[in-house]
Design a protein. Structure first.
Length: 159
């Protein structure tokens, strides 16, 4: 997931909070997750303020009690570094929610996709704030690689 809409650039980037629309959109994303009955047992969230606030809105609306891992490296990670962070997820985690930043999140979503889903074209049209891609990974986290996942849902929530 890409973080929800953030406020302007009057603060250092890491400290930017969600705009009012971002708060609403994160809650709408949580409601969508709840409708899908997606219940993660792992969370990897950039430590930036806007991603932390996105997690809070999503988790509250989805009724998740999971405490994610807030990752400073994910904040500035490029695609390969972000992929390495995800690959290090414990094998006991069966459903992981990752909330990060563009362009990394959009790039990862496009390269992880094996292209067999009808949703692939929709996702390729853009990955705006709050965009969520849900993938099925048939193997272990450590095996995550380009084209290794099937896109099963794509949604851009607006609250």
């Amino acid at each position: 997931m890409r973080h929800a809409k953030a406020e302007g650039y009057d603060k250092p980037d890491f400290e930017r909070a969600l705009a009012d629309r971002g708060v609403r959109d994160s809650e709408a994303a949580g409601q969508w997750f709840a409708e899908l009955a997606l219940a993660p047992d792992g969370g990897l969230v950039s430590a930036a303020v806007r991603t932390r606030e996105t997690w809070s809105g999503v988790a509250a609306a989805a009724d998740w009690s999971l405490e994610p891992t807030y990752s400073e490296p994910l904040y500035s990670a490029g695609p390969e570094s972000a992929l390495d962070l995800i690959r290090s997820t414990a094998p006991s985690v069966s459903c992981l929610v990752v909330i990060g930043h563009n362009p990394t999140v959009a790039y990862l979503a496009s390269v992880l996709d094996d292209g067999t889903s009808d949703l692939s074209n929709e996702m390729a049209l853009g990955y705006p704030t709050s965009a969520v891609a849900v993938f099925d990974l048939p193997g272990e986290w450590a095996e995550l690689d380009e084209g290794s996942c099937t896109l099963v849902a794509f949604h851009v929530p607006r609250g």
